[in-house]
Design a protein around this ligand. Structure first.
Ligand code: PGA
Length: 242
């Protein structure tokens, strides 16, 4: 795990952009994408760049259950707004939050990811250490599944909704096993609310109590942090400072 400490968020966004640019130059065909506040600066750099995704495929980590793709709170909508409207891919896949048959939807999405092996998977991290919506206790070999969100995640995501009651209580998410199949993984974390989860991921034991600790089992992982997110780390845990 390569841990890059950026002097600020803008430097972190630029470092993340550079990782994307490099894998695309190296022939990546499939990008695994994420939603949330953390990647917004990276998506802005990608929108404003001359990178061309029109021959590439994207697969997203997760989607809320019960929300239509054109609902502004859906992850479909987020991706359209932050990336796809400006930079369309040949094919973009997300779980279907309105699927009638959740079991069939889970199987369909696992097949999508199997058919499009991810070259670079972008991740954020939850305050409880989740990656995608793999909350504490998720098995490390799991595929796509339907999850109940933890109270911590519902509270964290309530900032995007009128009230906490409006936050969907369930989501579809790629599993940790799915994520670990990516050739390369880029995890970004900014802000002091992520510091404890980042410290557990990097310096703590590999345990299903901290979903992100599974990334220690993956070969090519880059973590980009700002000083607030890195505040609880030992200096020796930092690979590079930019
Ligand atoms: P955030 O979410 O980028 O909005 O902080 C990250 C996550 O919960 O995985």
């Amino acid at each position: 795990m390569k841990v890059i400490l950026a002097s600020n968020k803008a430097a972190g966004d630029q470092a993340a952009f550079n990782v994307f640019q490099q894998v695309i130059e190296n022939g990546a065909k499939v990008l695994g994408l994420a939603t949330g506040s953390t990647p917004e600066g990276l998506y802005k750099l990608l929108r404003e760049s001359d990178l061309d995704f029109s021959a590439m495929t994207s697969v997203n980590l997760d989607e809320y259950v019960g929300i239509a793709p054109d609902n502004p709170q859906s992850y479909h909508y987020f991706m359209q707004k932050h990336l796809f409207d400006a930079k369309p891919f040949a094919h973009s896949y997300l779980p279907n939050g309105l699927a009638d048959d959740p079991d069939a939807e889970v199987k369909r999405y696992d097949q999508v990811v199997a058919d499009h092996p991810v070259d670079l998977q972008l991740l954020g991290i939850g305050r409880d250490g989740h990656i995608g919506f793999n909350e504490p206790g998720s098995p490390f070999d799991g595929g796509t599944h339907r999850v109940k969100l933890t109270q911590s995640t519902i509270e964290a995501n309530s900032r995007f909704f009128a009230s906490e009651d409006d936050v969907p209580k369930e989501a579809y998410t790629m599993g940790i096993g799915t994520i670990l199949k990516s050739k390369e993984i880029l995890l970004m974390a900014y802000g002091d609310k992520k510091a404890a989860a980042v410290q557990k991921m990097i310096e703590g034991p590999v345990t299903t109590d901290v979903a992100a600790s599974a990334l220690k089992k993956a070969a090519n992982v880059v973590v980009i942090l700002d000083p607030a997110a890195a505040a609880k780390l030992q200096p020796s845990s930092i690979t590079e400072r930019i």
